[in-house]
Design a protein around this ligand. Structure first.
Ligand SMILES: C[S@@+](CC[C@H](N)C(=O)[O-])C[C@H]1O[C@@H](n2cnc3c(N)ncnc32)[C@H](O)[C@@H]1O
Length: 198
């Protein structure tokens, strides 16, 4: 989908404004706050939640309408909102403690390139969290995009996982009002010793 299509979708109604995805919340609850980028942040549910927990967050998305909804919410002034295409946007190398990529679905080759670049933005010990619809969702789950080329799978994320010390790379099930959805989770750290902060 193009930015205009997402703008139209967000203009129709709020989509994902109500707090973080449960698994994202669980994984990040005990991680010490630092600097984070929420790539394809949409309405900023994760960026806002992280900022509320003391993170310095940049929320990047190419839908200005989606970001505007995030900007209008309490605590929005603690987030840097950037309207940009994630395929060309970049953070400084080794500058981040967390890159979060939730439910961004690009053609498989673009996803692989983007996530490899995102690993470069992490400090040693910094974390990458990728969560999105799994290929198996087409046959075993509900909702989500129906184009197989843009869905995740453990196999598709394996090359990025090889750049990380991996905590989890697996299919996960998510309950929704319409039934159970199948997602892929990649959760890992950039190798190397984390720099000590005073
Ligand atoms: C399903 S929404 C997920 C939003 C958010 N991550 C969340 O979990 O609530 C997908 C988002 O990806 C954004 N997106 C898709 N392709 C993009 C691109 N090339 N550059 C920036 N944002 C993009 C869309 O605008 C949309 O906000």
């Amino acid at each position: 989908m193009r930015a205009e299509d997402w703008d139209r979708r967000y203009a129709e109604r709020a989509q994902w404004s109500d707090g973080p995805n449960a698994l994202v919340g669980d994984l990040l609850t005990d991680v010490a706050a630092g600097s984070a980028v929420d790539l394809a942040a949409g309405e900023g549910r994760h960026a806002l939640w992280l900022a509320g927990r003391g993170w310095r967050v940049t929320a990047v998305d190419f839908s200005g309408v989606g970001l505007d909804r995030g900007r209008s919410r309490p605590g929005a002034d603690r987030v840097a909102w950037v309207t940009a295409d994630v395929r060309t946007w970049a953070a400084a190398p080794a500058s981040l403690d967390l890159v979060l990529v939730a439910y961004l679905h690009l053609p498989a080759a673009e996803t692989a390139g983007l996530l490899a670049r995102a690993v470069d933005w992490l400090r040693p010990g910094g974390r990458l969290l990728v969560l999105g619809h799994d290929l198996a969702n087409l046959t075993e789950g509900v909702g989500g995009p129906q184009d197989p080329d843009i869905l995740h799978s453990v196999g598709r994320l394996a090359p990025v996982a090889r750049l990380l010390d991996v905590d989890r790379l697996e299919q996960v099930r998510r309950r929704t009002a319409a039934g159970t959805a199948v997602d892929t989770l990649l959760w890992g750290r950039r190798p190397g010793r984390a720099a000590r902060t005073a």
